[in-house]
Design a protein around this ligand. Structure first.
Ligand code: ZN
Length: 222
């Protein structure tokens, strides 16, 4: 499938799940030494093949498609440069993840889905949207293999080896944040589940990345 079609499908799921409002957020998928990234001003639930720019990762040159890529294109390019394993980047504005991070409240990974897909979350200090400072800070934060970043008072940047897994991670990140939020409202601190503690006993082929047979479409969860 054309990665643009996959990104467009994911965009509809993100909007339906409330992970972005209006024209916020942007998506990309690597294609060789370039990436398709959503164009400036697009809405994630109304993406067509014409709503993408093909941008060279090395220098940001627009090679094809819409002439104006997303204002956050630098974030995508910087991430691809430091993470050769990453094939898809989703930048969204998930409200509960952003709220907890702004309050210095860690997002707890409560369920096996959270632990398996999210693994760990890192906070990126605030920088204005669309700046190279934000792109550089996010690239530094994910260089060690972390796939789920919360950009302070802005949104998330979630990475994956394919579009499906990046999308499932992003959905699980916000779900974990919502569960954390609910627990805090109850005056409780939710227990945290580390992936190491539940992967050993999981059924073969359980569908989680890194545990059981490789499978990129969300097996449990979403
Ligand atoms: Zn944003």
């Amino acid at each position: 499938m054309d990665p643009r079609e996959q990104l467009s499908e994911a965009g509809q799921r993100f909007v339906a799940a409330g992970l972005v409002v209006g024209s916020g957020g942007n998506l990309s998928a690597r294609v060789g030494d370039a990436c398709w990234v959503t164009a400036a001003g697009t809405r994630l639930d109304e993406l067509t093949a014409a709503a993408y720019s093909l941008v060279r990762i090395a220098d940001g040159a627009v090679l094809d498609g819409a002439p104006m890529p997303s204002t956050e294109v630098a974030l995508h390019l910087a991430t691809y440069r430091v993470r050769p394993d990453v094939q898809a980047v989703v930048h969204l504005h998930p409200q509960t993840s952003v709220l907890l991070d702004a309050l210095d409240e860690p997002i707890r990974l409560l369920t096996t889905d959270h632990a398996a897909y999210v693994r760990s979350v890192r906070s990126v200090p605030f920088h204005p949207p669309g700046t190279s400072a934000l792109a550089d800070a996010a690239a530094a934060a994910c260089a060690d293999g972390t796939n789920c970043l919360v950009l302070r008072q802005h949104g998330c940047s979630v990475l994956g080896p394919d579009i499906a897994l990046a999308a499932t991670r992003a959905l699980n990140l916000e779900e974990a944040a919502r569960a954390t939020y609910a627990a805090l409202l109850l005056g409780r601190t939710p227990p945290v589940l580390a992936w190491d503690s539940c992967s050993r006993g999981s059924a073969p082929g359980g569908g989680y990345p890194g545990g059981g047979a490789p499978r990129s479409r969300g097996a449990g969860g979403f």
